[in-house]
Design a protein around this ligand. Structure first.
Ligand code: HEC
Ligand code: HEC
Length: 432
């Protein structure tokens, strides 16, 4: 919904974060370096076997790096074997510019913008920074890093041998906490609690927020939000797009309608485009029959489970619950930066919140023909079979499907291919 974009308040910090990052890596600040160490530290999980990067690998465009997983259920196993969340990891890059979750009234409808996660539940309201709040989730999520107590994360960060330590960034006494002798016994189980005095507990809480802020600072650095794609160099006048790439770009903006949500406009101060407007939509994506959550003991609904997306989060908030029904099945518009990164060397990637799509061609064809091809008889038909049979399965969530901006684009096969070619210009690390 492009018209909205001018109304999104862009925080002043964004300008500071993005401008120096344009077209070139800088060295990290101490805060960013600390965040980087935390991001890549597998010790920060209950079995010391999983870091953020396990599900957000740089070479995969900061999303899931495993072809076998992406090609199937697309949901990553947590630190504890057999524990699964229910969604595909989105990119951890270009998530930091998302504003605090809020809504705008448009044609008597509340239009939600911002936040982190597919459903916006890391709102940013508490810390003023959705990415900082997001980063506090995975360490304690039983389906992810699964530590039982934020004190475990703080203890392991305070005692880690990082090149830049927590105390160097957050104060020389910040880690002065009287840890109980059995702290690590508690942290090796998924249900332990670390016994602390009220004063030390308060210190742990403050430090935990600082850990989130450190990770978010790294995610906002030029190492993660690099803005070094061929398209960026093209915008800066330092690279030429091929004829096919230009054709794809033009279709992306016009007949394909992609730029209505994956916006190509620069920010208000000339910041490079983010390829998202941070709004939410239900595209009518089919179920991914291999989603391990369907078969998890944590999900009594089995394959009948449908991801409520933003609407599910809104029901949990008394101030937003009235808007929940109109937002069932909607997910955040993801950035398309790095969407193809890794595929050129054979990595299989998964696309959309449940990873139903395994190819960029498949998702583009879906935008083009969702409403013109017949329904597949089996609602669990995977992408490859649906493409071969010339049908699309029913949407995962039937309510609120967007029929005005996609579904019947009348693109030719050549035009679909050109859009895919353009998407490949969005991968960082291009050398002009
Ligand atoms: C086991 C896999 C896994 C691990 C480990 C993991 N993530 Fe994620 N990440 C996900 C999934 C899945 C989502 C989407 C979840 C949702 O929307 O409910 C996600 C969402 C995100 C987002 C939101 C992006 C956006 O545009 O809204 C960011 C940022 C992120 N993760 C960063 C991190 C950081 C930082 C860590 C480490 C502290 C981490 N992740 C650990 C799987 C993982
Ligand atoms: C109405 C807004 C809208 C329009 C128009 C739109 N998209 Fe999207 N796009 C989304 C949303 C929302 C998602 C995530 C949906 C979900 O996961 O359920 C998405 C997901 C994607 C993804 C998957 C990215 C990932 O990391 O998983 C790709 C690729 C994509 N879109 C490309 C395109 C292209 C190409 C076009 C034009 C042909 C287009 N989009 C038009 C809103 C839109």
């Amino acid at each position: 919904m492009k018209t909205l974009r001018c109304m999104i308040p862009v925080p002043a910090v964004l300008v500071v974060l993005i401008l120096p990052a344009v077209l070139g890596a800088q060295s990290l600040t101490p805060l960013q370096q600390l965040g980087k160490s935390i991001f890549f530290d597998s010790n920060l999980s209950v079995n010391r076997n999983q870091s953020c990067a396990a599900c957000h690998g740089p070479a995969a465009g900061w999303t899931g790096p495993d072809s076998a997983i992406n090609g199937g259920g697309a949901v990553y196993e947590g630190s504890v074997a057999g524990k699964f969340g229910n969604r595909k990891p989105p990119s951890a890059a270009y998530a930091t510019p998302s504003p605090i979750l809020h809504y705008l009234m448009e044609k008597k409808e509340a239009l939600f913008v911002g936040g982190n996660f597919w459903d916006g539940r890391a709102t940013g309201e508490r810390l003023g920074n959705p990415a900082a709040e997001q980063a506090l989730g995975p360490f304690l999520n039983p389906a992810e890093q699964a530590l039982p107590d934020s004190a475990c994360v703080v203890h392991r960060v305070c005692t880690a041998a990082y090149p830049v330590t927590f105390e160097q960034v957050w104060g020389s006494t910040s880690c002065d906490i009287a840890w109980p002798a059995d702290v690590e016994t508690a942290c090796r189980s998924t249900s332990g609690t670390v016994g602390l005095s009220p004063a030390d507990r308060a210190k742990v809480s403050a430090n935990y927020d600082s850990i989130g802020r450190s990770v978010a600072a790294y995610e906002a650095s030029s190492e993660v939000n690099a803005f070094t794609s061929k398209y960026d160099y093209y915008l800066a006048g330092r690279a030429e797009l091929t004829k096919e790439e230009k054709k794809g770009l033009n279709l992306f903006k016009s007949k394909g309608k992609c730029a209505k949500c994956h916006v190509l406009d620069p920010g208000p101060n000339g910041e490079p485009p983010l390829l998202t407007d941070f709004t939410y939509d239900n595209l009518g994506i089919p179920r991914n029959s291999l989603n391990p959550f369907y078969y998890s003991p944590d999900n009594p609904a089995g394959t009948a489970w449908a991801d409520p997306g933003l609407g599910g989060f809104l029901t949990s908030r008394s101030d937003y619950a009235a808007f929940a029904a109109a937002n069932m099945g909607k997910h955040k518009v993801p950035t398309l930066r790095n969407v193809a990164l890794g595929t050129e060397s054979g990595l299989v990637k998964a696309f959309a919140h449940n990873g139903y799509f395994k190819t960029l061609y498949g998702i583009v064809n879906f935008y083009n023909t969702r409403d013109t091809k017949p329904r597949c008889a089996d609602p669990l038909t995977p992408e490859a079979a649906a493409l071969a049979q010339g049908c699309w399965p029913a949407p995962e969530v039937a309510e609120n499907v967007n029929t005005s901006e996609l579904g019947k684009l009348n693109l030719t096969k050549d035009q679909e291919d050109a859009i895919v070619t353009f998407l490949k210009t969005l991968s960082d690390g291009y050398i002009p």
